[in-house]
Structures are given as C-alpha cells and as structure tokens.
Design a protein around this ligand. Structure first.
Ligand SMILES: [Zn+2]
Length: 234
C-alpha cells in the first residue's frame, strides 16, 4: 500500500490537497474526516484540522532546530530544559517526547490529524495543543467527549492517549486506523534506518546506535485502535 518513501514522508504520492478541510491527506482518510466533520457539526462542534500531512524535510527541520538548541526543549512536565546541560542521548529523548523522529512521524502517512473545535473558542484563539485544553475545564472538553464516543465510527482512534513512557499524551491527535495500522506495521526499523542514513539529521549516528530502543519506545508504543477494521480490498 505505502512504499518506503511514502512511509517515511519522503514522497507525497499517497496524499492530496483537501481544500474543504484546508489540509493534505490520503484520499480514504479524507473521506472519513469529511464525514466525521459533518457529524460533529450536527452536534454543534466545528471540527478543524490544524495539522495533517507533514513531510520528512519539515520534521527534519524541527528536529535539527531542537538538536541545535534553536528551539526550546521541555521536560515531561513542560518545564524548560537547558540545552547545554544535556548529554547527546538526553537531548535525543528530550526531543522525542514532544516531536517525532524524522521518518517516523505518523503525520507522514496522510492518515493522522490534529483537531480542535473552532465553535468552542473565539475566532482569534490560537490552539496551544496542550492536554489542559482537552481537560474537564478546557475549551475542547466537549470535543474530547464527542471524539471518545464517535470517532471509531469513522475509523479514527487516538494513538497517544495514555503516557506509555514515550510520546506524551496528545488528545488532539487522531489516526485513521484502516491505513495507519498497516503503515505502522510496514515502517520497520530497517525502513526507518535507511531513511535516516540518507539524511542530514543532527545526531544521526547516536540515533542509529539506539534505533531498536527508540523504535520500541517512541514509534510502536501507542494505544491500539478500538475500531472494528472493515475488510480491505487490497
Ligand atoms: Zn499530531
């Protein structure tokens, strides 16, 4: 279904622009996202996608800026870390709890979206994408409950719901299971390592030396879908 360039965000042949949603997605994920938005709208929720497909180079730019200390690093509790105090390995973990490894972002697949509810906030509100916004007193509490009850109908699940010691909980991040599950299975450490070896990533040697552990902790340690996957034609 996805080739190795598509799996690692180095091609965009599997995605398309979706003007209605202002984003870029795989065609099947797009159809279900549109259907989910219509259902949410009927419930008074204005589902807006703030992040969708992101390519390898974009993820690499984020990674390299953080690795170089040009972007703020935070610990698990959101406290600022001092770049100069971190060993190379600690720096890698500090990046990975908040940002995916280039080549391993689920956003590379065109199956994953970050969503907010525009009906719940003022038009000039800038979503921070922090768990408190989706908590009981946050502006997106209704969206959170609606997604929990309804997203599976459209094939979506939330891979970063609980803290599994890797990626921080991201209640805004939805994944289209019928495509994302096979994509994750196809994104083997070998596929990922080949993509990284061909890149200009800061800390590349240290990441490749730790890849099996990084892969287990930050790529495959997700909350599994509670979606009944329909039989697929391919
Ligand atoms: Zn996301």
């Amino acid at each position: 279904m996805f080739n190795s360039l598509e799996l690692t965000g180095r091609a965009s042949t599997h995605v398309r622009e979706v003007p209605e949603l202002g984003c870029i997605l795989h065609g099947e994920a797009m159809l279900q996202a549109l259907a989910m938005r219509a259902a949410a709208r009927a419930a008074g929720i204005e589902l807006a996608i703030v992040s969708s497909f992101r390519d390898f180079d974009r993820q690499l730019a984020i990674w390299n800026a953080k690795f170089a200390g040009e972007r703020q690093l935070l610990d698990r509790d959101g406290r600022a870390l001092t770049h100069a105090h971190l060993s190379e390995s600690a720096l890698i973990d500090a990046i990975l709890i908040w940002s995916a490894l280039p080549g391993a972002s689920r956003h590379h697949w065109g199956t994953d979206i970050d969503v907010v509810d525009r009906a719940a906030v003022a038009h000039d509100y800038r979503p921070q994408l922090v768990p408190a916004e989706f908590g009981r007193n946050g502006p997106f509490a209704r969206l959170d409950a609606w997604l929990a009850a309804n997203m599976a109908t459209f094939g979506f699940f939330r891979p970063y719901t609980t803290d599994r010691g890797g990626v921080q909980p991201e209640p805004w991040h939805l994944s289209f299971a019928p495509l994302a599950e096979p994509a994750l299975a196809a994104l083997t450490p070998q596929v990922l390592s080949a993509a990284l070896a061909a890149s200009e990533m800061h800390g590349r040697a240290a990441v490749l030396a730790r890849l099996p552990e990084i892969y287990a902790r930050y790529v495959t340690a997700i909350d599994p879908p509670r979606v009944n996957l329909p039989p697929r034609p391919f």
